[in-house]
Design a protein around this ligand. Structure first.
Ligand SMILES: [Zn+2]
Length: 150
């Protein structure tokens, strides 16, 4: 069941003992990696990942996967932290871009509205001045609202 794969026979390049980053999922030999608890004197009750083949055959000084759980988890945490920092930076950049975009759009809108109002004022000499000031007021309120909402 476990010897289906016959590739990488005798090649040492596929051996990556101890150099796995983070939590090992599978040993290079194809066996699953299991979590065990150390009973050795220098590391009592310290948890470690081990190739299940090497564990069941009680191999020693072999090339199969061995990694302390705490070290593997520290790797994962480090990876998470650096990934998180990258995300935060991206988010910051996105926010700045968004802010610049909003400001640009708002300024353009305000300019256009003001131009229209000025045009209207120029043409509306015959109009009721009261009417125009109401329109102007509505425009101002709309601009103010868009500022608050946006
Ligand atoms: Zn193995």
């Amino acid at each position: 069941m476990s010897n289906l794969s016959t590739k990488s026979t005798g090649t040492s390049s596929s051996r990556a003992r101890g150099r796995v980053f983070g939590v090992p999922k599978r040993c290079w030999c194809g066996e699953a990696v299991v979590a065990l608890i150390s009973k050795s004197d220098p590391n009592p009750y310290r948890r470690y990942y081990r190739c299940s083949f090497a564990a069941t055959n009680k191999l020693r000084n072999d090339e199969h996967t061995f990694k302390w759980v705490d070290e593997a988890l520290l790797n994962e945490v480090d990876a998470l932290i650096s990934r998180n920092a990258g995300l935060e930076q991206q988010l910051k950049e996105l926010r700045t871009e968004r802010l610049e975009f909003d400001t640009m759009v708002y300024e353009k809108m305000e300019k256009e509205v003001l131009e229209k109002v000025e045009d209207g004022l120029g043409e509306a000499k015959s109009w009721n001045k009261k009417m125009m000031s109401v329109i102007l007021l509505v425009c101002m309120v709309m601009i103010g609202l868009s500022k608050v909402v946006g």
